[in-house]
Design a protein around this ligand. Structure first.
Ligand SMILES: [Zn+2]
Length: 484
């Protein structure tokens, strides 16, 4: 039996001894004050990090410490009595949780509950509180980040080993022409235009297959988290005749996740679930496709039911040097009668309509509802970096958005025939054409049924794929620089 459990039983025993007369009355008051405080407990396991949330009627005070061997986080929660809701946390640990092995809870002292989270690997914990927001009361959050976190590039490689190589959907595009707005650094590009990222991925796949032979120049290293450097001098266009070896990466962002369910339909369907279902289908289509002979790969900013802050979604896509970024959502509007798909691009100054402005605010609230640690300086720095969006990015995003509208209108009604614009945090990558697609209205009962249906999800994913290919046909990706 663990130490906290022992303490718990000691406390119960003492209470039993004291039962009767005024002691019973005393404990009745105690239970009223502390016993019903916990509202819910939740665990969101993911390779990126596992989150444990304790939701309570009143804010909780904690002290915690990490113990390294074996790795575990011990947390004391003050002014709390162990109840069945809190005890439920133990049963909520999933065997496949990448980070948590086990959780133990016990009444450590009469007014302190001790929680011990046994970990599967060394963890960097972030413990913070969130004030009541949306449907949530006070939340105490434990974000358990692996000390050695998964690299988005490694995740991309893992996704490559699936459907890649099967019969591709191809698009023949016009020869690559440089966009003056997106120059690139020439210093490590030899006579042939190399894709250092593609080379690295190819090498890692070879290695994973047991072949140690390198397949190309090994110049790549893990990309930095900082903003991509903006070259100062434009480069002469690459020779049109030279073959551009290129891995084309599309970042697909399933909106919401984990603590943030997004909009919810009258039948209880959560936006976060339908966006992920469509994203998985789109990923499979992208991974089977190519542009002008160059293979395409999808990078998912999340591949499970967990929350990813908006800035991190953008950051992850930058880490893999995505050529396009597409965020998938489902709309909601008062009345429940609205129908159709709409596509959005970034606007830094004002929105194209009141609806667009309202929607951007609502989508940006994802961070509030999902819950970000405001003390995390890294996130604040990322936000500053991502405020540097360019007019070129917006121009390309509008072109991408129009291509997307053109293909989506073949499968259903559009809410708006033009690309709408508003200040969506998730579209703020200064370099990558980025759009947000509101697939349908989840709070319209008819559209909610559609969104749940695998056939509609496939149809929508196929229309998105067509939109992506249409964009690339007119705007083929540039050669990458040797840097990744
Ligand atoms: Zn959304």
């Amino acid at each position: 039996m663990s130490q906290p459990q022992k303490k718990h039983f000691t406390a119960v025993h003492r209470r039993t001894l004291l039962k009767g007369g005024s002691a019973a009355l005393l404990f009745g008051v105690w239970n009223l004050a502390w016993g019903s405080n916990i509202v819910a407990v939740r665990i969101w396991p993911a390779a990126d990090y596992t989150r444990v949330t304790i939701e309570s009627a009143r804010p909780l005070q904690t002290t915690q410490r990490m113990v390294q061997s074996p790795p575990r986080l011990a947390v004391d929660i003050q002014g709390l009595q162990l109840d069945s809701t809190l005890r439920d946390l133990v049963a909520k640990v999933r065997p496949d949780d990448p980070n948590i092995a086990d959780i133990r809870v016990g009444q450590f002292t009469p007014d302190v509950v001790r929680l011990v989270i046994d970990l599967k690997q060394p963890i960097r914990p972030e413990v913070f509180s969130l004030k009541p927001v949306a449907a949530y009361q006070n939340r105490l959050v434990f974000d358990l980040y692996p000390v050695n976190p998964p690299d988005p590039l490694a995740q991309l490689i893992a996704s490559v080993s699936g459907p890649a190589g099967s019969s591709p959907t191809t698009v023949a595009s016009a020869p690559a022409a440089p966009r003056s707005s997106v120059p690139f650094t020439p210093k490590t590009v030899p006579s042939e235009n190399r894709d250092a990222l593609g080379d690295l991925i190819a090498q890692q796949i070879e290695r994973a297959n047991g072949n140690p032979e390198p397949t190309g120049p090994a110049t790549a290293s893990r990309p930095p988290i900082t903003a991509r450097s903006r070259p100062t001098a434009p480069l002469a266009p690459p020779a049109v005749a030279s073959r551009t070896r290129r891995l084309i990466i599309v970042a697909v962002d399933a909106g919401h996740g984990g603590e943030d369910p997004g909009a919810t339909g009258p039948g209880g369907t959560h936006e976060k679930d339908v966006t992920l279902a469509i994203a998985f289908k789109l990923r499979d289509l992208i991974n089977r496709s190519s542009v002008n002979g160059d293979p395409m790969r999808c990078f998912l900013t999340r591949d499970g039911d967990y929350f990813v802050p908006l800035a991190q979604r953008v950051e992850k896509a930058r880490r893999v040097h995505a050529d396009l970024f597409m965020s998938i959502h489902a709309d909601s509007a008062p009345g429940g009668n609205a129908t159709g798909t709409s596509v959005y691009a970034l606007s830094e100054r004002g929105a194209s309509s009141t609806t667009a402005s309202w929607l951007a605010k609502s989508e940006n609230d994802s961070d509030l509802i999902g819950g970000v640690n405001l003390a995390d300086r890294g996130t604040a720095i990322q936000r500053t970096l991502l405020d540097m969006s360019t007019t070129a990015q917006i121009k390309d995003s509008l072109i991408f958005g129009r291509a997307m509208l053109g293909s989506i209108k073949t499968i259903g009604p559009l809410r708006k025939a033009q690309v709408e614009r508003a200040n969506f945090a998730v579209l703020r990558d200064p370099d990558v054409p980025s759009i947000l697609v509101e697939t349908a209205f989840i709070n319209n009962p008819v559209e909610e049924v559609k969104l749940r249906s695998p056939s509609f999800q496939s149809e929508m994913a196929q229309a998105m794929m067509d939109g992506i290919l249409k964009y690339f046909a007119a705007h083929p990706p540039l050669a990458r620089s040797g840097q990744i």
